[in-house]
Design a protein around this ligand. Structure first.
Ligand code: IP8
Length: 250
């Protein structure tokens, strides 16, 4: 049973203070992962986002998932911020007893001229087989014609879940799920049309903190994905489906 878990950057960092970890939140997440490793979860890949790390640097250098930079100082600033956060995340997971090891996408992944991503998963599969918990993160990647562009954690989650044939995908966010117009959690989403109204239509990309894009990408997966908040992380890792379950109707 393979689980891919995204820890949202805004869950584990203080989003309003540059390069500041939310220590208590990260501790809670690490404790939940540690408890699950002793129970329901065997093969687990963690992917974390940037929150107050990486995004300010990317904005400063004008780098997005589409627009790149050829300036090595920009590359190092963004990649460096993300690897700094990765070290904090690893430290907390290790302190909690999780056999966490880092995997840095910049060293292995790239995008071609059509922006299609190649993200090798062989090292992650090998590390899983050897009993480790690989901890990957949003990063920058070499991009034909652009220099380097941003690779978001969400993109990594979808790509790895597909390659690893993951059984479960969890997206731990700052909201308890996808919310309807009355701020109630929508328990299940089977098609984008179910939520197009509340998420701003199928053309929306980054409204609602990127929820529309997230839902569209998760609907493309074969396995069910859950979107929930930190309060529900332990439940998800125990095998439950808290928050919103995104599962395509076949
Ligand atoms: O927070 C951050 O990943 P994300 C990637 O998942 C950056 O979008 C900014 C380098």
């Amino acid at each position: 049973m393979t689980t891919v878990l995204k820890l949202g950057g805004s869950v584990v960092t203080e989003k309003d203070r540059d390069e500041t970890v939310d220590g208590p939140a990260l501790d809670r997440a690490a404790d939940a992962v540690a408890a699950a490793r002793n129970g329901a979860v065997d093969d687990l890949v963690i992917v974390h986002g940037g929150g107050s790390f990486g995004h300010p640097n990317a904005a400063e250098w004008g780098v997005t998932t589409d627009d790149g930079t050829h300036d090595p100082d920009g590359v190092l600033a963004i990649h460096g911020a993300m690897t700094t956060l990765n070290k904090f995340v690893l430290r907390r997971l290790r302190d909690a007893g999780v056999p966490a090891v880092p995997v840095h996408p910049f060293s292995a992944a790239h995008r071609d001229a059509d922006a299609d991503l190649t993200l090798p998963a062989g090292q992650i599969e090998t590390l899983l087989g050897e009993g480790f918990v690989p901890v990957c993160h949003g990063d920058v990647v070499g991009h034909v014609g652009e220099g380097v562009t941003v690779l978001s954690g969400d993109e990594i989650v979808v790509d790895l879940a597909t390659q690893l044939d993951a059984d479960r995908i969890g997206v731990c966010s700052t909201v308890p799920g996808v919310l309807d117009a009355d701020d109630a959690v929508i328990p299940e989403i089977e098609t984008f049309d179910d939520v197009a109204d509340v998420l701003g239509g199928s053309d929306a990309t980054d409204v609602s903190g990127g929820m529309a894009g997230k839902v569209r990408e998760l609907l493309a997966l074969d396995a069910p994905a859950s979107i929930f908040d930190l309060d529900a992380l332990a439940d998800f890792l125990a095998g439950e489906r808290p928050g919103t379950t995104v599962e395509r109707a076949d």
